[in-house]
Design a binder for this molecule. Structure first.
Ligand SMILES: [Zn+2]
Length: 261
């Protein structure tokens, strides 16, 4: 699954679906959230994960349009369905299939929250477009491919820093509707206890990568101001981290001060 080349948010969505963690109505009901289990799109069957992503008439039509040869597959759960589907496809088609899951889920949410149901061909082409743009952007990047990973990259659980070290975890969010972005950071010590936390809102537009880089820059200023001597800064933005590690000189929108992290 992790070898499939798709945008991270696509992988995350499919991973959640495979682990049974997608908030469908029937899943919410199992968690005792007071919702009706039936599908909000077709009003028919209970909204299980396989129903939402594969069997719901809208989803089924998307699959039929994008992968007509796959229509005959029978499966009772999403895991075995995807397993069968991917098995028959080559690498590129696998990426397309996984991205279509994401596009179907996105279209469903659009229906649930904004009462707008996208047309079948629009869902299918949005998946193809999104994947294509992402792949092109990957190809253009001079930063990403050459940077080796280090041991702590990709950890999904928070780990305490070493003795005498403060770990600052940073994150950013872009609010494009309000032309603003926000950053947040949490400093914890080697026992895992909270030392300080800080959040800041910027009333300007930024790309997600720039917002993440600004968060790291703010964390560095904060570290200096608090005179913490040994600090580890942790971010979930691969692009920002790779850019900082990169030896490529950049006239950067990120500003000065990220070197030597
Ligand atoms: Zn349905």
């Amino acid at each position: 699954m992790w070898r499939i080349k798709v945008p991270p948010k696509v992988l995350k969505l499919v991973w959640r679906a495979l682990s049974g963690c997608l908030p469908t109505n029937s899943m919410l009901q199992q968690k005792h959230v007071p919702v009706v289990a039936c599908c909000p799109v077709c009003d028919g069957e209970s909204e299980s994960i396989i129903h939402a992503l594969v069997l719901c008439p809208v989803a089924a039509q998307c699959w039929h349009k994008a992968f007509p040869e796959q229509s005959a597959m029978v499966a009772t759960d999403f895991f075995s369905w995807l397993d069968q589907a991917l098995y028959k496809l080559d690498a590129w088609k696998r990426s397309e299939a996984v991205t279509l899951c994401w596009a179907v889920w996105k279209a469903r949410n659009e229906k649930v929250w904004n009462q707008r149901m996208a047309r079948i061909d629009a869902v299918v082409s949005s998946a193809a477009q999104y994947l294509k743009q992402w792949k092109e952007a990957q190809g253009r990047s001079s930063i990403l491919p050459s940077q080796p990973f280090v041991a702590s990259d990709g950890v999904s659980l928070w780990v305490k820093p070493q003795e005498d070290t403060i770990k600052v975890s940073v994150d950013a969010a872009v609010f494009s509707d309000f032309s603003a972005f926000g950053i947040g950071m949490v400093a914890r010590n080697s026992s895992g206890h909270l030392v300080q936390a800080k959040a800041k809102l910027f009333q300007e537009m930024a790309t997600p990568a720039l917002a993440e880089a600004m968060a790291i820059k703010e964390a560095l200023s904060w570290t200096k101001q608090e005179q913490w001597e040994k600090v580890v800064i942790e971010s979930d933005s691969l692009v920002a981290i790779q850019a900082i590690r990169s030896q490529v000189p950049m006239r950067s929108l990120f500003g000065q001060g990220c070197g030597g992290l």
